[in-house]
Ligand binder design. Structure first.
Ligand code: SF4
Length: 343
């Protein structure tokens, strides 16, 4: 059961494609089918927070990732279901995620080809910079990808080293991730390359916002995740970031990515928490938009990759709203945003 013949899908994607039964809390809808490369021996890296990490016990195909299970299906079956949904206008994008293993590069290209042969749909590749070479980018374009995602995840070189590099005996290098980000921009162009960062790996708000600005200045954008401990991972006992911290970083990300404010206009307190966003923010906060999931967009210009409940249990308040927050949600967000009782 290996890619390209087989592929893992997120639980949300499997529900969306009617491959498993289920419904989303608060009737959220997913518009991006997230696929993950299947390989018997899994990922060769040891990222401390990641469910797929090599040192986490269990078989790769059973390991959860970003909080949920990723069942394995025949790629042909997934593509067939996607085609039906696409024809009905129910899905807007597909994202293929690599694991750190050179074969994943070839598998990702092959799966994209299988999809493109059957339907016209925008495709994102979430690539693994440690195994991707610059000469792969023209091949990604040729296979039909229009966007690239790079999960840098940790906001500073020290945290990156600790959680993904030498600190865990992992193969990743900070410099390679940023160089790969520049290479991706060279081939895919501004606005088509996104970084992922995980809030809560030990960084301060200021450090996270600085990394987001660096990405923006390069021509990229940022998609945020809130750390959630995976059972049996090295960080299984690591606390989640306070929701107030996450709300402030979300708002800062929105203002930076939309070109409304900048890191150097913002002010921070002695704990490096954001106290001033550099511009009046009431209008943006009231819109609720900064707190919705940021991710790759569909052809309609709206976020397709909205990852419902990837950061929390469905019974909890969404950290990333997969739908526009209600009036009631916004009132709660406002209280959280200006809460400085936690660090
Ligand atoms: S490289 Fe990616 S999939 Fe592999 S352990 Fe690290 S975060 Fe997880």
């Amino acid at each position: 059961m290996e890619s390209p013949e087989f592929v893992r899908t997120s639980l949300a994607a499997a529900i969306t494609l009617d491959l498993v039964p289920g419904r989303f809390y608060r009737d959220a809808k997913l518009y991006c089918i997230n696929l993950l490369i299947m390989h018997r021996n899994g990922c060769t890296a040891n990222c401390s927070y990641c469910g797929l990490s090599k040192i986490r016990p269990g078989m790769y195909e059973k390991k959860s990732f970003i909080r949920v299970g990723w069942p394995v299906f025949r790629t042909e079956e997934v593509v067939e279901r996607m085609k039906e949904k696409r024809e009905r206008g129910e899905i807007k994008r597909v994202c293929i995620s690599m694991i750190t293993r050179r074969k994943a590069v070839e598998d990702t290209i092959e799966i994209a080809r299988m999809i493109k042969k059957e339907m016209d749909i925008p495709i994102s590749f979430l690539i693994a910079p440690t195994v991707v070479l610059e000469r792969d980018f023209p091949r990604f374009l040729d296979a039909g990808a229009d966007k690239i995602g790079i999960a840098i995840d940790a906001a500073t070189p020290e945290l990156f080293e600790k959680h993904r590099g030498k600190g865990t005996g992992g193969p990743h290098r900070w410099e390679r991730y940023w160089k790969c980000f520049s290479e991706a921009l060279k081939y895919f162009g501004e606005g088509n390359v996104g970084s992922h960062f995980i809030v809560g790996l030990g960084e301060t708000e200021r450090e996270m916002v600085e990394a987001i600005q660096r990405i923006k200045d390069m021509g990229g954008e940022t998609h945020l995740f809130s750390f959630f401990p995976e059972e049996n991972s090295l960080l299984e006992n690591h606390p989640r970031p306070p929701v107030s911290v996450y709300r402030r970083v979300q708002l800062a990300r929105y203002l930076i990515d939309e070109g409304i404010s900048r890191y150097d206009w913002m002010r921070f307190d002695e704990h490096e928490r954001i106290t001033d966003f550099g511009v009046p923010v009431d209008e943006w906060v009231e819109s609720g938009e900064p707190f919705m999931t940021s991710g790759c967009k569909g052809e309609d210009g709206k976020v397709a990759c909205n990852r419902p409940y990837a950061n929390e249990r469905p019974s909890e308040e969404p950290r990333n709203f997969p739908f526009p927050p209600t009036r009631e949600d916004v009132e709660k967000i406002k209280e959280e945003l200006w809460d400085y009782t936690t660090q």
